[in-house]
Write a protein of this length. Structure first.
Ligand code: OXD
Length: 308
């Protein structure tokens, strides 16, 4: 049985070594070296190849190499084909690190100190305790929940919002469009971790910013298409928002002439908040193959109607 990897090639080599150690019976191949396409049962991709069903008539699972699946057009896939998004500890840990860094940077005024340093200004601001800051996480899937738990350990006042109702111990949660306003009005820092779907495209817009407290900040680790960049710039320029840390943009890479690059209140990073770690992800992938063979539910199985 063949497993094809079609994503970042350097990490493909690491995956190949891990498969050789942990699952030597699986014929692991890195795209475009696919061997006999009829033997391909598992395919892991960032972007899927065209004509999947014609090319791989015996494909049994399509894995996304990342947590998101918005890069996959479900219309082009056979209806019966299970699509699985990546849920693995290494990716979760890297997302936690990034969000903690971003929230702490904003909380401890690092963007202001960087601007002061540019002007050689030595000026101390009042240090506030973390429990005076409210951090709201939008998106309460696996990543959102773990991030919230870590933020709580740092003593931030945490709250969460999701499309459908979710309970998280010790965290007030809100759901649906009706409660979005109450949630936003309590977010000194808003962390966007929702999946990109038709209904969340452009959700980070003027209306949302106007519902947040004056001077609030944004940490965006979802997808570039969630954000209306002009609305963000307007909110930052008017002082409605104070800072934005963006790990995702539309398009990516962000073009050299995009005003976000040089906006003094924006920090841009090149979509590195979280990354699948082959060393830990291999176990989830092999566990899913085992579950598939035994007819058990797959970890991270995508609900195509929901879009994630
Ligand atoms: C992912 C990502 O989906 O890196 O994992 O954005």
């Amino acid at each position: 049985m063949t497993f094809i990897y079609k994503a970042e090639p350097t990490r493909g080599k690491i995956w190949a070594d891990l498969f050789a150690q942990k699952a030597p019976d699986i014929d692991f191949r890195v795209w475009p070296n696919i061997g006999d396409p009829k033997k391909v049962r598992f395919l892991t991709v960032w972007e899927p190849p065209e004509n999947i069903s014609e090319q791989f008539p015996n494909l049994e699972i399509l894995f996304s190499i990342g947590a998101g699946v918005d890069q996959i057009n479900f219309e082009t896939l056979p209806k019966h084909l299970p699509v699985v998004r990546m849920i693995e500890p290494g990716l979760t840990q890297s997302m936690c690190e990034y969000v903690l860094w971003a929230v702490l940077s904003i909380h401890r005024d690092m963007p202001t100190y960087h601007r002061q340093q540019d002007r050689k200004v030595w000026k101390a601001l009042r240090v506030w305790p973390a429990n005076k800051r409210r951090v709201g996480v939008m998106g309460l899937g696996r990543l959102g929940q773990v991030v919230l738990n870590q933020l709580r350990l740092m003593n931030f006042r945490c709250l969460g919002w999701s499309r459908t109702a979710k309970q998280i111990e010790g965290v007030p949660t809100f759901h649906g469009t009706d409660l979005l306003g109450s949630f936003l009005s309590q977010c000194d820092t808003l962390v966007c971790l929702i999946p990109l779907t038709q209904s969340t495209k452009g959700i980070l817009n003027r209306d949302v910013f106007s519902l947040m407290p004056e001077g609030a900040s944004l940490v965006h680790v979802g997808r570039g298409e969630h954000l209306e960049p002009k609305d963000l710039i307007e909110a930052l320029d008017s002082g409605r928002l104070s800072e934005a840390i963006l790990d995702v943009t539309s398009p990516e890479p962000l073009p050299a002439d995009d005003p976000l690059w040089s906006h003094p209140k924006v920090i841009v990073t090149p979509h590195i908040a979280s990354m699948t770690q082959p060393e830990t992800a291999i176990d989830t992938v092999l566990e899913n193959i085992r579950r598939f063979e035994q007819g058990q539910p797959l970890i991270g199985l995508v609900d195509r109607d929901r879009g994630y």
